[in-house]
Write a protein that binds this ligand. Structure first.
Ligand code: AMP
Ligand code: MG
Length: 312
């Protein structure tokens, strides 16, 4: 009897493992067929890119629904966590590589959600997050790149910029905070700066989360409706909203002038939060796979240490 039930539970375990493996294989297949492979190529800003022609509700490369998107996001976490740990470990062995994720968007587009749900899934020790606000008095005494240089990721880190030096050609252009001729020079300064950063070993991934004005209105309304979201609302958000077409134009110009081979822009449709998160996760995965960080070799004699440990 006992034998029989042991056999039965063996069978059960076997079946469970089988279906788990089947599900895993299915997940793998789904990831390849839905948003696997080359998200970067799909979303990269190339010559002739037209922001106005990209539907913010679209989900390029992904035919699944929200539930499938969320599942796929979860499925990507172990690989992302592993690659991040390898990146961090490799730097201890002297590897110079780091990643810089630049997030730009209109208000409510979901930068915070990317930080929480995509970047937040890996070891916080390996992340260097900076949110750039309107410059302080001290920052204003320096060139616009000064505060950015100070926050660049060191080797092994994934740096995340929630807004960035691009504000100095976006909001500055729209609100005329800087003379146009100075702004015109900034695109080249930015390209030269990013070339330097990239040469030092940092892979730059620039992302614009692209939402529609209708979706922004709904999200702002929700922020006003819910007391637990009031803290996210600034009356100034509406002043920026009133300048929507000007901001879109400033984005288009920045995308045209600063999407380079070494520091490309990706525009991610963001009316569906789940898609934007999935797409950014894939952009990060593809970047890290490209680095292919390796565990560093031990700097000590492993066998000798084993012998010492055994004796203690
Ligand atoms: P948020 O990211 O929504 O919390 O808001 C930050 C605010 O700071 C936005 O309104 C940005 O436009 C503004 N900001 C960030 N960097 C700069 C900059 N360099 N110059 C002027 N305003 C900036
Ligand atoms: Mg805001």
């Amino acid at each position: 009897m006992a034998k029989k039930s042991a056999k039965k539970s063996d069978k059960k375990a076997e079946k469970k493992a089988e279906s788990k493996a089947a599900r895993k294989a299915e997940d793998g297949a789904a990831r390849v067929s839905l948003l696997g492979g080359d998200t970067a190529d799909l979303l990269r800003v190339k010559l002739g890119f037209d922001l106005a022609a990209l539907d913010p509700r679209s989900t390029p490369g992904f035919s699944g629904d929200k539930a499938a998107g969320k599942e796929e996001l979860d499925a990507g976490v172990p690989e992302l966590a592993n690659l991040q740990e390898r990146l961090f470990a490799a730097s201890k062995g002297g590897a110079p590589e780091s990643v810089l994720l630049v997030l730009q968007a209109m208000d409510t587009a979901g930068k915070g959600g990317i930080v929480r749900h995509v970047v937040g899934a890996v070891d916080p020790q390996g992340i260097a997050l900076t949110a750039f606000k309107a410059p302080t008095a001290e920052e204003l005494r320096h060139s616009f790149l000064w505060r950015v240089r100070r926050q660049l990721p060191t080797p092994g880190k994934i740096g995340v910029f929630d807004r960035s030096h691009y504000e100095d050609v976006l909001v500055h252009r729209v609100r005329k905070l800087t003379p146009l001729e100075t702004i015109e020079k900034r695109y080249d300064e930015i390209n030269a700066f990013e070339r330097q950063v990239s040469a030092a070993g940092t892979r730059i991934v620039k992302i614009m989360l692209h939402i529609s004005p209708e979706e922004q209105k709904a999200r702002l309304a929700e922020r006003l409706e819910r007391p637990d979201k009031h803290w996210k609302y600034r009356p100034g958000d509406l002043d920026d909203r009133a300048l929507w077409p000007d901001f879109q134009q400033a984005y288009q110009i920045a995308l045209d002038r600063t999407s380079t081979e070494l520091a490309p822009w990706y525009v991610v449709p963001a009316d569906r939060k789940w898609y934007a998160r999935l797409a950014v996760q894939h952009l990060l995965l593809e970047t890290l796979r490209g680095i292919d960080p390796q565990w560093p070799a031990a700097e000590f004699d492993v066998e000798a240490e084993k012998a010492r440990l055994a004796a203690l």
